[in-house]
Design a protein. Structure first.
Length: 120
Protein backbone atom coordinates (compact mmCIF):
# COMPACT_ATOMS: atom_id res chain seq x y z
CA UNK A 1 0.00 0.00 0.00
CA UNK A 2 2.91 2.34 0.57
CA UNK A 3 4.00 1.96 -3.05
CA UNK A 4 0.50 2.78 -4.31
CA UNK A 5 0.36 5.79 -1.98
CA UNK A 6 3.72 7.06 -3.22
CA UNK A 7 2.68 6.63 -6.85
CA UNK A 8 -0.56 8.53 -6.19
CA UNK A 9 1.30 11.34 -4.41
CA UNK A 10 3.61 11.62 -7.43
CA UNK A 11 0.62 11.65 -9.78
CA UNK A 12 -1.08 14.29 -7.64
CA UNK A 13 2.09 16.39 -7.74
CA UNK A 14 2.16 16.20 -11.55
CA UNK A 15 -1.53 17.13 -11.74
CA UNK A 16 -1.00 20.07 -9.39
CA UNK A 17 2.04 21.23 -11.37
CA UNK A 18 -0.01 21.15 -14.57
CA UNK A 19 -2.87 23.01 -12.90
CA UNK A 20 -0.62 25.75 -11.58
CA UNK A 21 1.39 26.24 -14.76
CA UNK A 22 -1.40 25.83 -17.31
CA UNK A 23 -4.49 27.19 -15.62
CA UNK A 24 -3.77 29.24 -12.54
CA UNK A 25 -0.93 31.29 -14.04
CA UNK A 26 -2.87 32.40 -17.16
CA UNK A 27 -5.91 34.63 -17.42
CA UNK A 28 -9.20 32.93 -18.25
CA UNK A 29 -9.96 33.18 -21.99
CA UNK A 30 -13.29 34.46 -23.21
CA UNK A 31 -16.01 32.76 -25.23
CA UNK A 32 -15.98 29.03 -25.90
CA UNK A 33 -12.37 28.72 -24.79
CA UNK A 34 -13.46 29.84 -21.32
CA UNK A 35 -15.76 26.83 -21.05
CA UNK A 36 -12.92 24.46 -21.88
CA UNK A 37 -10.71 26.28 -19.39
CA UNK A 38 -13.31 25.82 -16.64
CA UNK A 39 -13.87 22.14 -17.48
CA UNK A 40 -10.12 21.55 -17.49
CA UNK A 41 -9.86 23.01 -14.00
CA UNK A 42 -12.84 20.95 -12.81
CA UNK A 43 -11.63 17.64 -14.25
CA UNK A 44 -8.02 18.03 -13.12
CA UNK A 45 -9.13 19.10 -9.63
CA UNK A 46 -11.35 16.02 -9.43
CA UNK A 47 -8.41 13.83 -10.39
CA UNK A 48 -6.31 15.60 -7.75
CA UNK A 49 -9.06 15.10 -5.14
CA UNK A 50 -9.31 11.38 -5.95
CA UNK A 51 -5.53 10.88 -5.74
CA UNK A 52 -5.19 12.80 -2.48
CA UNK A 53 -8.29 11.14 -1.01
CA UNK A 54 -6.88 7.67 -1.64
CA UNK A 55 -3.52 8.75 -0.21
CA UNK A 56 -5.27 10.10 2.91
CA UNK A 57 -7.12 6.79 3.30
CA UNK A 58 -3.87 4.84 3.02
CA UNK A 59 -2.19 7.10 5.58
CA UNK A 60 -5.16 6.72 7.92
CA UNK A 61 -5.21 2.93 7.53
CA UNK A 62 -1.53 2.75 8.47
CA UNK A 63 -2.04 4.93 11.57
CA UNK A 64 -0.48 8.09 10.21
CA UNK A 65 -3.13 10.35 11.74
CA UNK A 66 -2.78 9.03 15.30
CA UNK A 67 -1.45 12.41 16.46
CA UNK A 68 -4.67 14.28 15.57
CA UNK A 69 -6.90 12.88 18.30
CA UNK A 70 -7.08 10.01 20.75
CA UNK A 71 -10.46 8.74 19.53
CA UNK A 72 -10.76 7.28 16.06
CA UNK A 73 -14.10 8.93 15.18
CA UNK A 74 -12.85 12.43 16.05
CA UNK A 75 -9.60 11.80 14.18
CA UNK A 76 -11.50 10.67 11.09
CA UNK A 77 -13.84 13.66 11.24
CA UNK A 78 -11.02 16.20 11.64
CA UNK A 79 -8.88 14.80 8.86
CA UNK A 80 -11.78 14.34 6.43
CA UNK A 81 -13.13 17.86 6.96
CA UNK A 82 -9.65 19.38 6.72
CA UNK A 83 -8.70 17.59 3.52
CA UNK A 84 -12.04 18.36 1.85
CA UNK A 85 -11.87 22.02 2.88
CA UNK A 86 -8.39 22.45 1.45
CA UNK A 87 -9.28 20.72 -1.83
CA UNK A 88 -12.54 22.66 -2.24
CA UNK A 89 -10.71 25.92 -1.55
CA UNK A 90 -8.10 25.08 -4.18
CA UNK A 91 -10.72 24.27 -6.81
CA UNK A 92 -12.89 27.33 -6.13
CA UNK A 93 -9.92 29.68 -6.04
CA UNK A 94 -8.88 28.41 -9.46
CA UNK A 95 -12.35 28.75 -10.93
CA UNK A 96 -13.12 32.20 -9.54
CA UNK A 97 -9.74 33.87 -9.79
CA UNK A 98 -10.77 35.84 -12.86
CA UNK A 99 -14.19 36.92 -11.64
CA UNK A 100 -14.94 40.53 -10.93
CA UNK A 101 -17.09 41.18 -7.91
CA UNK A 102 -17.10 42.42 -4.36
CA UNK A 103 -13.96 40.63 -3.25
CA UNK A 104 -11.46 42.90 -1.54
CA UNK A 105 -8.32 43.79 -3.48
CA UNK A 106 -5.77 41.95 -1.30
CA UNK A 107 -7.96 38.82 -1.18
CA UNK A 108 -8.23 38.82 -4.99
CA UNK A 109 -4.44 38.81 -5.16
CA UNK A 110 -3.77 36.25 -2.40
CA UNK A 111 -6.34 33.52 -3.20
CA UNK A 112 -4.60 32.21 -6.34
CA UNK A 113 -1.22 32.74 -4.67
CA UNK A 114 -2.22 30.66 -1.63
CA UNK A 115 -2.90 27.65 -3.84
CA UNK A 116 0.76 27.35 -4.71
CA UNK A 117 1.69 27.49 -1.01
CA UNK A 118 -1.06 25.25 0.41
CA UNK A 119 -2.04 22.72 -2.28
CA UNK A 120 -3.23 20.07 0.07
Amino acid sequence: MSFIGNVLVGLAALILYYLVTSFYSKPMPGGDAGVGYAWGIIILNLAFVICMGIVALIIGAKGGFEWVSATKSTRTLYTTVSILAILIFAGLAGLFKGESGHLAGPARFYFPWLISWFPS
